[in-house]
Each structure stands twice: as structure tokens, then as C-alpha cells.
Write a new protein. Structure first.
Length: 252
């Protein structure tokens, strides 16, 4: 019996040893599986950031491409605007040149018109100067009075000597040929009248507020009021105590 019990114990011990030996590899296998799983997980974890990096670089590349395209488009727009400005500037310069040429032609035409007008005006002035009397010789014939039968003359020029004076004064401006001095006529005022020639060729007699007045062709003159003379024919002048005949002769 003891021998059989001992054999049974040995057999049980052997079984325990075999079970123990068989259990070790299983545990090792589990550990290996866990290690393999962890390694796989770590490798997957390592792979995931790489994908993010790849995606980030692709996004950056897309952004760079979009920015480059935008810059190219901006350059194209600037080039287009610059070209349009150049074309517009060229057109403006051409239009300005054409307008300047037109203005020059108009100025030349206007200049010709003005010169022709000035020439015509000059010719008209020359004609007027030829037709308008510029100087006269006045012949005076004494019909009645203290100087009856005598003749006097006066010269008048519109530029140098446009007035001749008539009176009893013996002053320089009353002496012939600048005036008519008749001191013997007591009824004549000292400065009785003035014969005045205008630039238009017209001749006037002005009574200088004389004492006894003046009559021309039977017309009583008002003091200081010019009376136009008709110089184309002899004029009857009554001053002081005498009657006179004035005849105007145009000088060349």
C-alpha cells in the first residue's frame, strides 16, 4: 500500500510539473501577442501623424498654387491696365496734335483775315485823308465898315493851327495869317469870334460872347455855341460895324 501511495504521489507531482511546464509557454505566447499588439498600435500611432503631415504639406502646396495663380492674375490685370493706359495716352497725344494743328490753321486764317481788314482800313483811311479837308486858306473881303474894299487872308491847318481868331485885339493870335485883327472897328469886341476846324474837316464859327453879336448868312449866332459853316460857297459874315465875305479854299 505504501508503495502504491508513493507511486501515486510521484505521479501527481509529475502531472503538476508537466502542467507547470505546459503553462509557461502559454503565458509567454500571451505576452508575445500583447507585445505584438502594442507594437502594431504604436506603429499605427506613428503612421497617423505622418498622414497629417502629408495632408498639411498638400494643403500648403494648394495654397501656394492658389497664391501663385492670384499673383499671376494680378500681374495680368496690371499689365492690361498699363497697356490700356499706354493706348489711351497715345490716343490723347494724337488728338492733342490734331487739335493743335487745327488751332494753328485757324490762327493763320484769322491772322490773314485781320491783316486784310487792317489793310482795307488803312486804304479807307488813306482815302478819307484824301477826301477830308486838312487845311484851308480863308480869303476875307471887306464889303462895308471901316475896312471897306480891303482884303485879308487867314490860314488854318487841322494839325498845327486849327483855329483863327477875329477881333479888335492886335495880339499875336489875331495877326494874319493866324487871325483877323481890325482895331479900327470900335463896335467889334476885343476877342469877338473864333473860326475852328475839326478833324472831320468841318469848320465852325463861335461867337465868344461878343458885345454886339454875330450874324452869318442872316442867322444870329448864340454866344459860345458853334455854328457850322458851309465852306463850299462864299459866306456872309456880319461882325462889329462891317460886313465881310469869307471864301474857303482847300489847300493841297
Amino acid at each position: 500500500m505504501r508503495k502504491n501511495l508513493r507511486l501515486a504521489n510521484l505521479h501527481i507531482a509529475a502531472l503538476f510539473q508537466i502542467g507547470a511546464k505546459c503553462g509557461v509557454p502559454k503565458e509567454k505566447k500571451m505576452k508575445r501577442k500583447q507585445a505584438t499588439g502594442m507594437a502594431a498600435a504604436s506603429s499605427e500611432d506613428k503612421k497617423k501623424p505622418m498622414k497629417k503631415k502629408v495632408r498639411a504639406s498638400e494643403a500648403n502646396a494648394h495654397e501656394r498654387d492658389a497664391l501663385t495663380q492670384e499673383v499671376d492674375e494680378m500681374i495680368d490685370v496690371q499689365g492690361f491696365l498699363l497697356l490700356e493706359c499706354q493706348v489711351s495716352s497715345k490716343k490723347l497725344v494724337e488728338q492733342a496734335k490734331l487739335r493743335a494743328a487745327e488751332l494753328r490753321r485757324e490762327m493763320e486764317e484769322g491772322k490773314k483775315v485781320l491783316l486784310n481788314a487792317l489793310e482795307a482800313e488803312k486804304e479807307n483811311l488813306d482815302k478819307d485823308e484824301n477826301t477830308i479837308p486838312r487845311a484851308f486858306t480863308i480869303s476875307v473881303r471887306c464889303v462895308t465898315g471901316p475896312y471897306r474894299g480891303r482884303k485879308f487872308s487867314m490860314d488854318m491847318d487841322v494839325k498845327r493851327h486849327s483855329s483863327c481868331f477875329v477881333g479888335r485885339s492886335t495880339g499875336r493870335k489875331f495877326r494874319s495869317p493866324r487871325g483877323l485883327s481890325m482895331p479900327k472897328d470900335s463896335e467889334l469886341s476885343t476877342s469877338h469870334g473864333e473860326i475852328k476846324m475839326e478833324t472831320t474837316g468841318k469848320v465852325f464859327f463861335i461867337d465868344k460872347d461878343s458885345t454886339n453879336g454875330t450874324r452869318i448868312d442872316d442867322v444870329e449866332l448864340e454866344p459860345e455855341k458853334p455854328y457850322e459853316l458851309t465852306i463850299s460857297k462864299p459866306i456872309k459874315v456880319e461882325v462889329g460895324a462891317g460886313e465881310y465875305e469869307f471864301t474857303f479854299e482847300q489847300k493841297a
